[in-house]
Design a protein around this ligand. Structure first.
Ligand code: F6R
Length: 270
């Protein structure tokens, strides 16, 4: 894994948007994997700024979101489609007919919905770049601790800790789902490049377990150790429990020298 430590959340977002922007410029019909939650919101704002100020166009891209709640209608303000619409889609020139979510209606068989999602991802030729956040329990997407590294898109029951973490986003009398469809860990590992973003001290232990801990289903994000091109971009608070910080900073400088000399190289630093 390449570990990039920035001073603060704003710098994390700037760098993530820059990397995504570079990909979309190089490959205008790229396929992006998107995440919801608080962490990527600043990155989405930075992408909107790039769209407005540098004419970066998203009109030919396709997107696949990591997850979607079960039991919430698509047009409900709490759906992840509504989230993406508000935070990104309505402010860029994206074609919403090519934005996909792993939806499963309450009366639909989740196994069928999961297979259908995997099918659309493979029809478009796979995901070029996947954005991830990380749960304080180490989850990626809604692949909760003990999720199989071989898992594909499927239904997951959320853990009490995830439900508690996300309860801040629901009013007291509002229905908060405990089931969600999520891309699996194997789905995520099959993407071309992964950007995992983490900010804040409450993510420090999960980041430590993911990067420097053992490969284990108890920390789903540790599965990224198996990916050829996974980049973690974290702020200094989320990095505060890492033991090899100096090495990551040194390697970043050396990687920059190689990038400046030879240009784009997809799996540098892993
Ligand atoms: C969201 C998702 C989750 C979040 C994670 C962190 O689509 O899949 O894995 O990335 O729960 O959430 P925040 O960023 O709100 O701390």
């Amino acid at each position: 894994m390449e570990v990039i430590i920035e001073n603060d959340a704003a710098a994390v977002a700037e760098l993530a948007a820059h990397i995504i922007g570079e990909l979309v410029r190089r490959k205008p019909d790229a396929t992006l994997g998107l995440a919801t939650g608080s962490t990527p919101v600043e990155t989405y704002k930075a992408l909107i700024k790039l769209h407005r100020e540098t004419q970066l166009s998203f009109k030919n891209i396709s997107t696949f979101n990591l997850d979607e709640y079960i039991g919430i209608a698509e047009d409900n303000a709490q759906s992840y489609r509504s989230f993406m619409q508000n935070k990104l889609f309505e402010s860029i020139d994206i074609d919403v007919s090519r934005t996909y979510f792993p939806r499963c209606e309450s009366d639909q068989n989740p196994a069928v919905a999961g297979l259908a999602y995997e099918h659309i991802i493979s029809e478009v030729g796979g995901i070029d770049l996947q954005i991830l956040g990380i749960g304080s329990n180490g989850h990626i997407g809604f692949n909760e601790p003990t999720s199989s590294f071989a898992s594909k898109t499927r239904v997951k029951t959320l853990t009490p800790s995830t439900i508690a973490d996300n309860s801040r986003l629901f009013a007291d009398d509002e229905f908060q789902p405990h089931l969600a469809m999520t891309m699996g860990i194997a789905t995520i590992l099959a993407t071309g490049k992964i950007l995992l973003l983490a900010t804040g001290r409450h993510k420090a232990q999960a980041v430590r377990d993911a990067v420097e801990g053992a490969l284990s289903a108890i920390c789903p994000a540790s599965s990224l150790q198996l990916h050829q091109n996974a980049v973690l971009i974290v702020d200094s608070q989320a990095a505060s429990k890492l033991k090899h910080t100096q090495y990551y900073q040194w390697a970043r400088k050396e990687n920059q020298i190689i990038k400046d000399k030879f240009g784009y190289f997809p799996s540098l630093g892993n």
